[in-house]
Design a binder for this molecule. Structure first.
Ligand SMILES: Nc1nc2c(ncn2[C@@H]2O[C@H](COP(=O)(O)OP(=O)(O)OP(=O)(O)O)[C@@H](O)[C@H]2O)c(=O)[nH]1
Ligand SMILES: [Mg+2]
Length: 374
């Protein structure tokens, strides 16, 4: 999912640490590195002036003299001098304080990378502000700069994803004790992956030993009932359906009644895709929820939906959302927006949809995301 962001992020982080360090190295004390690197790299014929050599190598005049006395066609023996000076340069770098102006420019590039990959602007700004606070006027080496940037990024992403978890199995078990089925309803934007991920969850729950029934609650889209029916037949999970155009709330109600009568553990209810911009469709969704009071409302959101993700999350939350499935996680796109959803709606990501097959439903784990992102 984060292949693109990871690549760009690492490039930007490298650039920030390089810029910061390079600028620090351009202090007068480090002049000797420039002098001798130029000599060694270009094998210049021009002999440095005595005055310049003195200012650059006051601590090691001997090596510098050897270098200037070498025949024109040979590379000056400056190896020892360079490595010695590099050592002192590292010391200088770690003793220099990082300048706010230099850092601002470098961090702006990092912020752009985050924004280009749809990381929400609040999060991008917060990350860069915190990096700045941790670096400005501090004495840090190039290595530490990189670590501080990575640490700050990870900390912010982790905080944004952390949330009280939703334990579906615990809810099912509790309801089983009370001899009633658990109703799990799927809602979300058109084409987000509701029906496919409902079927995947049915497959998973069945493999865990729970009995399931599907409710064909999308009575709106042509072929939606048939789509679920195909899953029902393939997975050998029964399905309750009415005709197209009938009341979705009634279909789900009937499926729950059926599950109660037959002692079925879980009802997985599909609903029609709807845009979060359409008030009427949202009102209808609220009615379905009111009639059926699902135990769990799962919002299915395409992880590649870009900055619209958070808005979708906020609006569907009006109907009640308990957890999220981020679908299409396998598609490598600008996935940064997904990082902000949990914080925005205060509900956890429960599963990632990682493909189009039944097995492609992965329990969400923050550590896996962190490993993939940086
Ligand atoms: N690559 C990938 N494709 C997915 C995933 N989940 C769903 N899809 C595909 O996305 C398309 C839409 O999926 P559906 O399950 O029909 O989406 P929906 O939300 O039910 O759509 P509507 O009922 O029309 O609103 C299908 O081609 C699915 O195979 C996923 O995790 N990864
Ligand atoms: Mg559907």
């Amino acid at each position: 999912m984060f292949g693109r962001l990871k690549k760009k992020l690492n490039e930007a982080i490298q650039k920030v640490s390089d810029t910061v360090t390079d600028t620090v190295e351009e202090k007068p004390e480090d002049k000797v590195i420039e002098t001798e690197t130029i000599m060694s790299d270009t094998q210049s014929d021009a002999e440095p002036t005595t005055e310049y050599i003195k200012s650059g190598t006051s601590e090691e005049p001997k090596e510098t003299t050897i270098a200037t006395e070498k025949p024109k066609d040979k590379k000056p023996k400056t190896k020892k001098t360079i490595s010695a000076t590099l050592k002192s340069a590292v010391k200088v770098v770690s003793e220099k304080k990082i300048d706010a102006g230099v850092l601002d420019d470098a961090l702006w590039e990092l912020e752009l990378v985050l924004l280009e990959n749809n990381v929400a602007s609040e999060m991008s700004e917060a990350i860069c502000a915190e990096i700045k606070e941790r670096l400005v006027d501090k004495s840090v080496s190039r290595f530490e700069v990189k670590n501080i940037i990575e640490d700050t990024f990870k900390k912010n992403v982790r905080e944004s994803l952390e949330c009280e978890p939703l334990d579906i199995y615990k809810i099912i078990e509790k309801n089983k004790e009370e001899k009633r089925p658990t109703l799990i309803m799927f809602l979300g934007f058109n084409g987000a992956g509701k029906t496919t991920n409902l079927a995947k969850l049915g497959h998973l729950l069945k493999s865990e030993g729970y009995s399931c029934v599907f409710a064909a609650g999308d009575t709106f889209r042509a072929a939606a009932i048939h789509q679920l029916e195909v899953h029902s037949e393939t997975l050998k999970i029964p399905m309750i359906k009415h005709d197209y155009g009938s009341d979705a709330a009634a279909v789900i109600f009937d499926a729950t009644k059926h599950a109660k009568a037959k002692g079925i553990d879980v009802v997985l209810a599909d609903t029609a895709g709807r845009t979060h911009m359409n008030k009427n469709l949202l009102e209808e969704l609220k009615k379905i929820v009111k009639v059926n009071t699902p135990d769990i409302n799962i919002l299915v959101v395409e992880s590649i939906a870009g900055n619209d993700i958070v808005e979708q999350g906020r609006v569907f939350s009006e109907a009640g959302v308990d957890g999220v499935i981020l679908s299409k996680w396998d598609v490598d796109q600008k996935g940064g927006a997904a990082l902000s959803l949990t914080k925005a709606i205060g509900k956890p990501i429960v599963f990632l949809g990682t493909g189009q097959e039944y097995k492609d439903l992965k329990e969400f784990n923050i550590d896996d995301v962190m490993e993939n992102i940086i």
